[in-house]
Design a protein around this ligand. Structure first.
Ligand SMILES: [Zn+2]
Length: 165
């Protein structure tokens, strides 16, 4: 399993919390960079742990990611509305699932519905803003359900001024 860590600005403790895991890091410079980065990480023949730049993992969550037999797992973390729900911030995909769905990102790249986009530019295909929902929706349409882990990971929430780049 390797961790894919895309960032614009790493929050303190994020990298350290991943310990001995093999981490592939990439600095994001544009709205589509996260899409292209994850597309590259998808189906590399290795289990994939997605970790976002403001999520601080813990040993228990990492152990679950390694050991849980489910193919698509996601961990709860706190969101700005105060809810603890899973999203793409800390999620693990098994190699078997990715091998079965090699075209996931090709399909995502075609969607430009702008649903829920906070600013106009974020409605375009491949924007990071809707990537989590699109992965969730398309895998759902293909019959997958994520396995939700109740071990929370820490979300170092950004201030409103920091949210959009
Ligand atoms: Zn699981």
């Amino acid at each position: 399993m390797h961790a894919a860590l895309a960032y614009t600005e790493l929050k303190p403790g994020v990298r350290e919390a991943l310990g001995e895991l093999h981490v592939v890091e990439r600095r994001m410079a544009g709205l589509e960079d996260y899409f292209w980065f994850l597309k590259e990480q998808w189906n590399r023949g290795d289990d994939l742990l997605v970790v976002e730049h403001d999520i601080v993992a813990n040993p228990q969550a990492i152990q679950e990611a390694i050991q849980c037999p489910e193919e698509w797992c996601a961990w709860r973390y706190e969101h700005r509305n105060g809810e603890f729900s899973p999203a793409l911030g800390f999620a693990r995909f098994r190699r078997e699932l990715m091998a079965r769905e090699p075209d996931l990102f090709d399909e995502i790249g075609k969607i430009s519905d702008g649903r829920g986009a906070r600013i106009q530019d974020h409605s375009r295909p491949r924007c990071w803003q809707r990537l989590d929902v699109r992965i969730h929706d398309i895998l759902g349409e293909r019959g997958y359900t994520w396995h939700i882990h109740e071990t929370p990971v820490e979300h170092r929430l950004w201030s409103y001024e920091e949210v959009c780049f």
